[in-house]
Design a protein around this ligand. Structure first.
Ligand SMILES: Nc1ncnc2c1ncn2[C@@H]1O[C@H](COP(=O)(O)OP(=O)(O)O)[C@@H](O)[C@H]1O
Ligand code: SF4
Ligand SMILES: [Mg+2]
Length: 371
């Protein structure tokens, strides 16, 4: 089988990172949307009780099929949505304490979002310089006219658009999809971020262009010392770029851990199923793979019990009544967690060889799925 260009990771300058203090943390983060009109009491549980941590200079991938709540979570983190319950802490401070417009603006500069659709995220009537200069004016009051221009050119160079002067005067329609998405990252960089929330930033791009954007994210982490939350439905691209994986299903994080550990020893039946649906987790997963996983998640008034039980080959009586919590499945180390009654009881299967260290062909997803 031909190896996907995603099957090797981008170079990292200093290998695995030592854990650092949380940059961003959520505690019980929840977003319910009322549905069915004014007289209805139905609630759509888009995100429920999400506890996550993102540390400095870390790339975390949030993986899940469409409708699992990934964008809702990103919008909560970006302060676009207000949580129904729960808390978000940035560098230890609760976002609920940010009262003034200035504080919120400052936070949005530190944690900007890059959106999926490069065609609609840039205003077609403005030149590229407009959005970048606007971000610089808002977030870099220390810079004068010449300094702003120099900063705009710096961020364009950082995203690989050079010479920058050629791009500042262009309109979005004069750029390719990949270049537009690079402009999205340049705008995010213009506010001097510590964490970029990238919501499916490569999903609408050709496969040949995706790899360049994934490499860009890895480079930005190194050069700008920032963290990224990379949201995707494509587990192969997550493997390529992320230190850690969070797997989301029906509003819950159902599994999380180091990327290789989760992919080589998936413990939640959903993660196992989604890996089994991908013939080669090293290759690109088409959107159609998700359709093979069965009916969409039930998130309207879901009630108690595991939300995956309707699709789960391992469901037991307890799964209908008690919501499984995220628990350590790595012997108590607390790095690899799964929210599953059965996974919490069973020892992990023996690990599959890591293709990169063993110098062998990549493991098949089918084998990983039986873990
Ligand atoms: N503003 C909204 N109002 C009502 N329902 C919403 C809204 N935004 C998202 N949803 C619903 O929340 C669920 C999760 O959506 P979303 O966060 O977009 O998932 P994903 O990004 O994983 O595809 C879906 O069922 C979606 O229809
Ligand atoms: S808790 Fe039960 S239904 Fe849910 S994933 Fe585990 S075995 Fe399946
Ligand atoms: Mg989405």
């Amino acid at each position: 089988m031909m190896m996907s260009p995603l099957s090797t990771r981008p170079p990292s300058e200093d290998g695995p990172r030592a854990p650092t203090e949380p940059l961003l943390q959520t505690v019980g983060l929840t977003k319910h949307f009322p549905i069915g009109g004014l007289l209805s009491h139905h609630q759509l549980h888009a995100a429920d009780g999400v506890d996550l941590v993102i540390r400095g200079r870390e790339i975390v991938a949030l993986v899940g099929e469409s409708g699992s709540g990934k964008s809702t979570l990103a919008r909560l983190l970006a302060m676009i949505y207000r949580p129904t319950r729960g808390e978000i802490r940035f560098r230890g401070r609760s976002l609920a304490t940010l009262r003034s417009r200035r504080d919120v603006l400052e936070y949005r500069g530190r944690v900007p979002m890059v959106f999926q659709d490069p065609y609609s995220s840039l205003n077609p009537v403005f030149r590229v310089s407009h959005g970048i200069m606007r971000a610089i004016k808002l977030h870099r009051p220390d810079l004068s006219g010449g300094g702003r221009r120099a900063e705009a050119e710096r961020v364009l160079r950082l995203v690989g658009l050079a010479p920058p002067a050629d791009f500042l005067d262009k309109f979005p329609h004069e750029l390719s999809g990949g270049q537009r998405q690079r402009i999205g990252f340049a705008q995010a960089l213009a506010s001097r971020p510590l964490l970029i929330l990238a919501d499916e930033p490569v999903s609408m791009l050709d496969v040949s262009i995706r790899i360049g954007l994934l490499n860009l994210m890895a480079e930005l982490r190194e050069r700008e010392q920032l963290s990224l939350l990379y949201i995707t439905h494509d587990i192969a691209s997550a493997r390529y770029v992320a230190d850690r994986l969070l797997v989301m299903y029906a509003g819950h994080i159902v599994e999380q851990g180091g990327t290789e550990e989760v992919l080589q020893q998936p413990r939640h039946p959903y993660t196992q199923l989604l890996l089994a649906a991908a013939p080669d987790p090293m290759a690109e997963i088409g959107v159609s793979s998700w359709a093979e996983l069965g009916e969409p998640p039930r998130v309207v008034d879901p009630g108690p019990g595991c939300r995956f039980r309707w699709r789960c080959p391992r469901a037991e009586a307890v799964c209908s009544s008690i919501d499984p919590e995220l628990r350590s499945v790595d012997g108590g180390a607390g790095i690899h967690l799964a929210a599953c009654h059965v996974a919490a009881r069973q020892p992990p299967a023996s690990p599959l060889p890591d293709a990169r260290t063993a110098g062998q062909a990549p493991p098949t997803a089918g084998a990983a799925g039986r873990g």
